[in-house]
Ligand binder design. Structure first.
Ligand SMILES: C[S@@+](CC[C@H](N)C(=O)[O-])C[C@H]1O[C@@H](n2cnc3c(N)ncnc32)[C@H](O)[C@@H]1O
Length: 259
């Protein structure tokens, strides 16, 4: 075969091979199982119900120091909050409150479950600076606009629906004063969106550090810090499954429409 003929044959084959490689890289995924289709409202209600009464609450009292020891990621970021008027979202049975009670002038506890709010009311019966809000799972209705210096949540938003987190970030912008901060512990498990959160490691719902940063930027916040970290130990150890995001309100977004 002459060199000319060889080149004529090699070039079209090369183009075909490149095309075939590219084509093979586009995998088709089938995620259309009917059980995976559930509305956001239904899912939020299910998640709320999962946490009405749970052995978690008693066990978790014993691990609370992990969030508050001086060298923990949580504590270092918490120290950057102005606690004057602080909101704790998804307070559960209130195990974190004694750790920051003295720093705050007013505390507002928010939770989707009335049972948890009632538990905290009993636990902190004599604390006059605590207010209570039972919400519908995606906003801070009942809290005045431009009134709060900080909002935080630990060990709860990791389970929330991503679209509810977006809604919370948007409403955080409404209730915070200019310069106010959010400190949200959320999931970094942006895989298997078709799975129920209970089927994923440590019940982490679909979310990532990057998606959270993107949503915060669109909702009037700058991202001051994101710490990605692992959760669990032994067989339950899951690498980089969580994130703690600290963001600051730099712009009011009153008219932003999500619809
Ligand atoms: C695992 S517990 C954590 C409680 C508390 N943050 C702690 O660290 O002890 C999850 C909490 O999230 C609350 N929750 C679940 N879905 C919620 C939602 N969409 N909005 C607000 N709270 C929610 C539950 O009622 C429960 O109090």
């Amino acid at each position: 075969m002459s060199i000319k003929k060889l080149i004529k044959w090699i070039i079209p084959y090369g183009i075909y091979a490149t095309y075939r490689n590219c084509k093979n890289k586009h995998e088709t995924m089938h995620r259309g199982r009917i059980e995976s289709v559930i509305s956001l409202d239904e899912m939020r209600i299910n998640i709320g119900k999962d946490w009405i009464s749970h052995p978690y609450y008693d066990d978790a009292e014993e691990w609370v120091n992990g969030f508050w020891s001086e060298n923990s990621t949580f504590y270092k970021s918490f120290c950057q909050l102005d606690c004057t008027n602080i909101v704790e979202l998804a307070c559960g049975h209130g195990r974190h409150i004694p750790k920051y009670l003295d720093k705050a002038k007013s505390i507002t506890l928010v939770d989707i479950n009335q049972q948890n709010i009632d538990f905290c009311k009993k636990r902190f019966l004599n604390e006059t600076k605590i207010k209570y809000v039972t919400n519908t799972g995606s906003n801070f209705n009942g809290i005045e606009s431009n009134s709060q210096t900080a909002i935080f949540t630990y060990d709860a938003m990791v389970h929330f629906e991503m679209l509810d987190i977006l809604s919370y970030i948007k409403d955080a912008n409404r209730i915070l004063v200019d310069g106010g901060k959010i400190l949200f512990h959320h999931s970094n498990a942006a895989f298997s969106p078709e799975l129920n959160y209970t089927q994923k490691p440590h019940c982490r719902n679909f979310m990532s550090a990057d998606i959270f940063a993107y949503m915060s930027l669109r909702m009037g916040f700058v991202v001051l810090k994101q710490d990605i970290f692992s959760w669990g130990s032994g067989d339950n150890f899951t690498k980089d499954i969580d994130c703690l995001s600290l963001c600051q309100k730099v712009k009011s977004i009153n008219n932003t429409n999500l619809a």
